[in-house]
Design a protein around this ligand. Structure first.
Ligand SMILES: [Fe+2]
Ligand SMILES: [Fe+2]
Length: 261
């Protein structure tokens, strides 16, 4: 049985200033005394931040190619004139994101199992199906990176950035107190970013003449479209139910995985 107290129930929330009129007056008075001439001019801070940004090293760099034999060599030759490392960086970013995606859905399954869900919610099998597709996407990228002679275990600069960006999502989803609905809100952010990134990756692979890779990425994008549509519908139903409305739409069931995929 899940926790009988819901986040939308009235509880001991004392974060608002209205909780204590006396202390709020003191807080306002102290703020006025501490900053007697408030200003929205952030130019000094801005100038300092820009100066730092121009002088520091990047978050990371790309390693030299791990292997430049056979297929990898010809592939890198094929995209000659363009920056192969920038493409590999993007692949590394997606790889990191898909790996995190598997973890996000694993955590969402915990939120799911701990919840008492009503109509318009997914089945466990639907969530497992998406988790499995995230894992397949990870594997697809793993192979694509190796085809280019790069090391898929490398944390590329963009992988590092996307890992940091995803920490908040993992924080929400792995919090034992988070509800399934709160987990869906975090997952929605991930799926929105994922859809745009796969679209961009498929487009770039096509422009680089990597037609097989582009076709694989396009397939992954189609699956990500389904993830996004499902998560949107489930979340919409969940928030409607919180307000007291009946579910408006039932989330579409994801297609069954293709044999051998
Ligand atoms: Fe994904
Ligand atoms: Fe996804």
């Amino acid at each position: 049985m899940s926790n009988p107290t819901k986040p939308t129930d009235i509880g001991p929330n004392r974060t608002g200033i209205g909780t204590s009129p006396l202390h709020s007056k003191e807080a306002i008075k102290s703020a006025e005394e501490g900053v007697p001439n408030p200003s929205f001019d952030t130019s000094a801070h801005h100038a300092s931040a820009v100066s730092w940004a121009r002088s520091v090293s990047p978050i990371g760099t790309m390693p030299p190619p791990a292997s430049m034999k056979g297929a990898a060599k010809s592939m890198v030759q094929a995209i000659k004139g363009k920056h192969a490392t920038a493409f590999i960086d993007l692949l590394g970013e997606r790889l990191a994101f898909e790996r995190t995606g598997v973890r996000l859905y694993e955590a969402l399954l915990c939120r799911f199992d701990a919840a008492d869900l009503g109509e318009g919610s997914p089945t466990r099998a639907q969530l497992e199906h998406i988790r499995n597709e995230e894992l397949q996407h990870f594997d697809l990228l793993n192979k694509a990176i190796q085809k280019l002679g790069a090391d898929p275990t490398t944390v590329t600069p963009s992988a590092d950035v996307t890992g940091v960006a995803g920490m908040g999502l993992l924080g929400v989803l792995s919090d034992a107190r988070a509800t399934f609905t709160e987990g869906l809100k975090a997952i929605l952010i991930a799926e929105l970013a994922d859809n745009d990134a796969w679209n961009s990756l498929a487009h770039i692979a096509k422009q680089l003449g990597q037609d097989d890779m582009a076709a694989d990425f396009r397939q992954a994008l189609e699956e990500e479209h389904e993830h996004l549509a499902s998560v949107r519908a489930w979340l919409d139903n969940a928030v409607q139910a919180q307000i007291g409305f009946e579910p408006q739409a039932v989330a579409p069931a994801p297609e069954q995985p293709q044999p051998g995929v």
